[in-house]
Design a protein around this ligand. Structure first.
Ligand SMILES: C[S@@+](CC[C@H](N)C(=O)[O-])C[C@H]1O[C@@H](n2cnc3c(N)ncnc32)[C@H](O)[C@@H]1O
Length: 371
């Protein structure tokens, strides 16, 4: 399948968010959509970045001792040699190297919050676009507390399982592999077929993925989660800034990154104005939305580092929680309100249906609140 690329200005919606395929101005031609029958190259790149960071950073922001095994032979050779690492990272990939910090920080952000969720009895962890994620391997201590659903396209998943087998890494007992394409498949149909229970809370991680999806897929994925999952569930994800929100001195780097991954067959097609993200996510059905921007991220994760590493100002992080819903009804005829004097706490879908029903049948004014 091919899509046409347009200039940046023609791809902004009313809010200034990017809504389609935007690429550097030099790319006004046709761009190949990802070939999903091949394992993701960007997933391998981030695994290689984690492996190299684990070896060299002092201290690592995020240590992933399995990442090296999950890389292919070329990356393993590069990572095991200081000279080759220098050559590839500092010379060949020097233009995109500053953005790599985002990979480690988002992983730290994610796993800190996942651990908090598990501590508060959430026992389903869904990793959307899992790539070569190794949480289930690294955190064997949590295997009786959480089921880890790893969703990705078949080819990437197959490659990961083959590499695990090759290195004698056993499939963790609590890991469930769900092959699916988020642009095409029904996510919950796929998850439910693999034992996911949407009546129980879950934490979803969705890192390094939103910018590769169509905007409609981002919206529908967020909406599906909020309308299907229990209150107390949350989604953690990162998003990319549209170029007008990126500091001028970083636009060149962002443009190079976009060009680099597109050449790997995985074009980045969706970006946001950071100030719109909170409302955008709330409108997708989330009660509590915390958006972390680069300044907050630097303060939280990177202050006091001797190496002065900083987070690239082209990404943001988001923690969106599905809240409980409250219905307040001034008409006493509204049956569910009676259960606890004008208020009732039930799951979102039931509440919404009841609210609609009440409006149609009783002509009463009901107000729906999220909290
Ligand atoms: C940059 S990698 C990130 C991998 C992992 N989340 C991480 O941070 O290491 C992007 C991942 O998203 C997956 N992905 C991209 N488009 C997808 C889609 N339409 N459906 C399912 N997975 C997708 C790719 O296969 C790849 O594993």
């Amino acid at each position: 399948m091919t899509i046409k690329c347009f200039s940046i200005a023609r791809n902004l919606d009313m809010n200034g968010d990017c809504i389609g395929a935007i690429q550097p101005a030099c790319w006004n031609g046709e761009l190949k959509m990802p070939k999903t029958e091949k394992p993701s190259k960007t997933a391998e790149l981030v695994a290689a970045a984690r492996a190299s960071h684990t070896r060299t950073a002092k201290p690592p922001i995020f240590a992933d001792e399995y990442a090296e095994h999950l890389c292919g032979p070329i990356w393993r050779t590069i990572i095991s040699s200081k000279f080759l690492t220098w050559l590839v990272v500092k010379v060949k990939l020097h233009v995109v190297q500053p953005i790599v910090m985002a990979v480690f920080v988002r992983a730290r952000f994610c796993e800190d919050l996942v651990e908090e969720a598990i501590d508060s009895s959430v026992n389903q962890y869904v990793i959307l676009g899992a790539g070569y994620d190794s949480f289930a391997m690294r955190r064997a201590d949590l295997k009786n507390k959480v089921t880890v659903f790893e969703l990705d396209q078949f080819a990437t998943q197959k490659s990961k399982l083959e590499r695990m087998a090759k290195h004698g890494i056993a499939k963790p007992d609590n890991a469930v592999y769900v092959g699916a394409d988020l642009n095409v498949d029904d996510m919950f149909e796929c998850l439910n077929q693999h034992g996911f229970d949407s009546s129980k809370p879950a934490v979803f991680a969705w890192f390094g993925v939103t910018y590769y999806l169509k905007r409609d897929s981002v919206v529908s994925t967020l909406q599906q989660i909020s309308s299907t999952c229990s209150p107390g569930s949350s989604v953690l994800f990162d998003f990319q800034f549209n170029p007008f929100s990126t500091p001028k001195d970083w636009r060149h780097i962002q443009s190079k990154m976009i060009e680099f991954v597109a050449k790997k067959g995985e074009p980045m097609i969706t970006r946001f104005k950071p100030e719109n993200v909170e409302k955008f996510v709330q409108d997708c059905g989330y009660a509590n939305v915390e958006v972390l921007l680069p300044k907050d991220i630097n303060n939280k994760y990177l202050s006091n580092r001797e190496d002065k590493l900083s987070f690239p100002p082209i990404f943001g992080l988001c923690n969106a929680r599905i809240g409980w819903l409250m219905i307040v009804n001034s008409a006493s005829t509204f049956s569910i309100s009676n259960e606890c004097e004008w208020r009732t706490y039930i799951n979102r879908t039931t509440l919404f249906q009841t609210w609609q029903h009440s409006k149609n049948q009783e002509k009463s004014e009901s107000t729906l609140f999220r909290f």
